[in-house]
Design a binder for this molecule. Structure first.
Ligand code: PBG
Length: 307
């Protein structure tokens, strides 16, 4: 009689791969999550494939960061080599997504290039995203997932992909991405500190605004997004539900690092049943209307669902 079901098919595992390490590095604020080596990433993805998880999304931690984030489009950059490894490992059995942003690659930690006043230059950043999209697609990404919230990013990426022959590369747009405090543990995982204690409120969504999020989603679809996302998930279930009512394309939600870390911390204290609460979180995100969920719980949830 259940109205809503959660299945392994609904899960996308976010994974971190770091250049220049010999052993996986645990992320203290994300218990159970590591920065992978190329080899440990291959092993993890093949385990996820065996559990039936259909997709992963990759984040890279480069050896060197610079002002523009040039490792994001280096053909030998960490995510590009990892994509090639994984294509080799799993063939077409899994969907390979790549987060498309430059914050992991810039020395100032912003999602774009800075102008003379230290603000992100939206339009100059679009050219960098276009290069990163082509590099990711060349390396075998099925899906480019722009997360930087620059205006016009989907159109810029679509035209770069089409212009380089990647007509079938899908765009999953982080369309309604809020300037949330729930990304803290993620920034530990990717070694990002925003310069001068800054924030992303200049380009990410303002938490009080839901109608604006719908406008962002519709604009991304108009520009060519194949799938759209709301992020974070649990504090924004109303936005997921409203988005579901107005869009027909596949709708994703990102159960983000802070949402995961809170449950892990409480469970480690014996304050709640981590598996049960985690599954309730994921089911609630599905009930709100998301078709699929990016979550650090992907592997554990798949193990539970596969019994
Ligand atoms: C930006 C990006 C972020 C996350 C995914 N892509 C961080 C940010 O906007 O600061 C957050 C994911 C999470 O918290 O789990 N590349």
């Amino acid at each position: 009689m259940a109205e809503t079901r959660l299945s392994v098919d609904d899960l996308v595992a976010p994974l971190f791969v770091r250049e220049g390490i010999d052993e996986p590095q645990p992320v203290e604020s994300l218990p159970g999550v590591v920065q992978h080596t190329r080899a440990s990433l291959r092993a993890e993805v093949s385990a996820l494939r065996d559990l039936g998880v259909p997709a992963v999304i990759l984040f890279g931690i480069p050896g060197e960061k610079d002002a523009v984030g040039s490792e994001a489009w280096n053909p030998d950059g960490v995510v590009q080599v990892a994509l090639k490894d994984l294509r080799d490992e799993v063939g077409d059995e899994m969907v390979l997504m790549a987060d498309l942003c430059v914050d992991e690659y810039t020395d100032h930690g912003h999602c774009g290039v800075l102008d003379g006043y230290g603000s992100v230059d939206n339009d100059a950043t679009l050219e960098l995203y276009a290069r990163a999209a082509v590099a990711q697609a060349d390396a075998g990404a099925d899906v480019a997932a722009p997360s930087g919230m620059m205006d016009g990013q989907v159109a810029a990426i679509r035209s770069a992909l089409d212009g380089s022959g990647h007509l079938d590369t899908v765009i999953l747009a982080y369309s309604a991405k809020y300037a949330s405090a729930l990304y803290g543990p993620f920034r530990d995982a990717v070694d990002v500190q925003i310069v001068g204690g800054g924030d992303r409120r200049g380009y990410q969504q303002d938490p009080p605004n839901a109608r604006e999020a719908i406008l962002e989603i519709l604009a991304d679809i108009e520009q060519g997004a194949d799938m759209v996302m709301v992020k974070p998930a649990l504090s924004y279930l109303d936005v997921i539900s409203e988005a579901r009512a107005v869009v027909d394309v596949p709708l994703a939600a990102y159960h983000v690092s802070g949402e995961y870390a809170m449950v892990q911390a409480a469970a480690a204290n014996g304050w709640l049943d981590g598996d049960a609460v985690g599954m309730e979180h994921l089911l609630s995100i599905r009930r709100a209307g998301a078709d699929f969920i990016l979550t650090y719980l992907a592997r554990r949830a798949a193990e539970i669902l596969q019994g």
